[in-house]
Design a protein around this ligand. Structure first.
Ligand SMILES: NC(=O)c1ccc[n+]([C@@H]2O[C@H](COP(=O)([O-])OP(=O)(O)OC[C@H]3O[C@@H](n4cnc5c(N)ncnc54)[C@H](OP(=O)(O)O)[C@@H]3O)[C@@H](O)[C@H]2O)c1
Length: 322
């Protein structure tokens, strides 16, 4: 099988920062929507996009915190959005549509990781609902405002290696596991980009990506012992074990996905380190383990992407392409 998942030689890499990938790119007159754009790598994304001249809309679950985090950055507008609440998603989208403006870039950076079992809406598992279903409904609802030539950027994770879509029980009605739930949700982010790109590519392109490993509030649901046990933090709890990035580096791949001229004519691919990612290595037959790098086949499978779209439409009742 041929794959488009191969590096294209962007000239950028793991150490590149969001400001570096944007150097020389003028975003004056464009509008970007950045979910989660007031914390972690989303905040840095907002900062550099606004610095390059974009008007950035940041819909926030905690409006006052967002306004505080973004104070001092010009060209930014805060609104309200809880991705775990479809009424909130629809209300935000409808407010935006009523403004009559066009969106040139969506960066879906909001997310939660390894949360304890939580049910939202009609009993949905919270990581699937927040990370995937909320963004699915948001983009579909906003579709009339998405400009020709726009890019939709889904911030996924190498955590997609933890799980494909659990077709028999996507809501974890039996036996919740917080890491499998995160993995499923992050696989869903990639499959969403794959099918959205297939549907929209004459007009709009979609990408998914792994940003790297960055110390941010994303780890809030894990205590120090769990972070050590999962091999994420050092024994003293101060540093990430293994390769890690600063927030400035962590925001680079999503900013590159949103703006790089090198990606013109491409879409439906998964990126990391400011380039197209390679396929994941095969499972080692001796250990039965797969090294967690690159993109797993199941996360870019067009049939699974179409099937997830159908499921997501059934659940959210949103589909801009119906
Ligand atoms: N950091 C890493 O090492 C890493 C690695 C791989 C992938 N990622 C991905 O990168 C993305 C950004 O993560 P980050 O590290 O920047 O984490 P972060 O600092 O925790 O930012 C996540 C953002 O998502 C928002 N959010 C959470 N639930 C929401 C909801 N129901 N409605 C609206 N917004 C909501 C948070 O808002 P509140 O602050 O109000 O909760 C926050 O602004 C995530 O999708 C994550 O999966 C991160």
């Amino acid at each position: 099988m041929t794959t488009r998942q191969h590096k294209i030689g962007s000239g950028f890499g793991a150490a590149s920062t969001a400001a570096e990938v944007l150097a020389g790119i003028d975003l004056t007159g464009t509008l970007a929507l950045v979910t989660g754009g007031y914390s972690g790598i989303g905040l840095e994304t907002t900062r550099v996009l606004a610095g390059a001249g974009a008007h950035v809309v940041v819909p926030a679950r905690r409006r006052a915190s967002a306004e505080e985090a973004l104070s001092g950055i010009g060209g930014v507008e805060v609104d309200e959005l809880d991705l775990a609440d479809l009424d909130s998603v629809r209300a935000f989208a409808d407010r935006f549509l009523a403004s009559g403006r066009r969106i040139d870039t969506v960066i879906a950076s909001a997310g939660i990781m390894a949360a304890p079992e939580t049910r939202v809406g009609p009993g949905w598992e919270a990581q699937f609902a927040t990370n995937h279903l909320g963004h699915f409904a948001l983009v579909n609802r906003l579709w009339p405002a998405i400009a020709d030539g726009a890019r939709i950027v889904m911030v996924s994770s190498r955590g997609h290696h933890f799980s494909g879509i659990r077709w028999e029980d996507p809501q974890f009605t039996h036996g919740y596991d917080k890491w499998l739930a995160y993995g499923q949700a992050k696989t869903a982010n990639v499959l969403f980009a794959v099918h959205l790109d297939a549907l929209a590519k004459d007009r709009v392109r979609a990408f998914a990506l792994h940003p790297g490993r960055i110390m941010t509030p994303l780890m809030r649901h894990l205590d120090a012992q769990e972070l050590r046990d999962a091999g994420i933090l050092s024994e003293d709890g101060t540093t990430i074990v293994g390769p890690s990035k600063t927030v400035e580096q962590g925001a680079a791949t999503q900013v590159w996905a949103a703006t790089s001229p090198l990606l013109a004519g491409m879409g439906g691919v998964y990126l990391d380190d400011c380039d197209v990612a390679e396929p994941a290595p095969a499972v080692d037959p001796r250990t039965g383990v797969r090294e967690r790098t690159g993109i797993c086949d199941y996360a870019i499978d067009p049939e699974q992407a179409a099937r997830l779209w159908t499921l997501s439409t059934e659940l959210t009742k949103e589909d801009a392409f119906a």
